[in-house]
Design a protein around this ligand. Sequence first.
Ligand code: ADE
Length: 254
Amino acid sequence: MRIDILTLFPEMFAGPFAESIVARAVEQEIVQIELHNLRDWGEGKRRNVDDAPFGGGAGMVMQPEPFFRAVESIPDHEQARTILLTPQGRLLTQQIVDELATAPHLILLCGHYEGVDERVREHLADDEISIGDYVLSGGEPAAIVLVDALVRRLPGALGSETSLDEESHTGGLLEYPQYTRPAEFRGWHVPDILLSGHHKEVAGWRRRQSLLRTAQRRPDLLRQALQDGDAVSEEDRRWLEEELETNLQDQPPS
Ligand code: ADE
């Protein structure tokens, strides 16, 4: 996969892309990441990239020209999927990450200041993504989040492919609790089942923990998983209904 990132602050990416999974994937040529400084495409001697908003108001708006010229300088940009990072975009989910991870070429547009000229949104971007309902000072941290989430889904990027299938949000549920040595730490014990060596029972316990955890913390995700036929089995559903009923009965009346 190739990812081109257009930004006024390319150095913001240096640290996050120099470590861990992303750095290894770049080294192994699983992903090629190209940073483009929008300032290089700014207008005039001062390489201006922003101006006051028409109609008045506070702050500066990023002009369309540097975005268009920078995109047009990228080889095969016509075939790429161009995504604007903005708090007005669709909310990023694992499903969107997995869908985008199949694209051979992405171009990420990072806005800054008060915003980006609407014509970038209308005539350059194919898609708009938000990483959450809060406002960042620019699209750069959002692009870093998106690249990280994407790269770990690319074949070969993680050491062990199996760890992908069981993590939170894959399959629509949160992950079960994990423990490692020591089996007892400051008087807190690891659940006996995990030390038992019974793989089938461990798998069952983990599945039930996943269901329970999702029900307690993210009922919205559980509702969605129950609607998506294959995410939760009939056996899962029955167990969870019983468990939640018992738990409710156990609670003292309020
Ligand atoms: N730019 C500013 N805030 C953002 C957000 N929440 N997601 C994506 N891009 C942004």
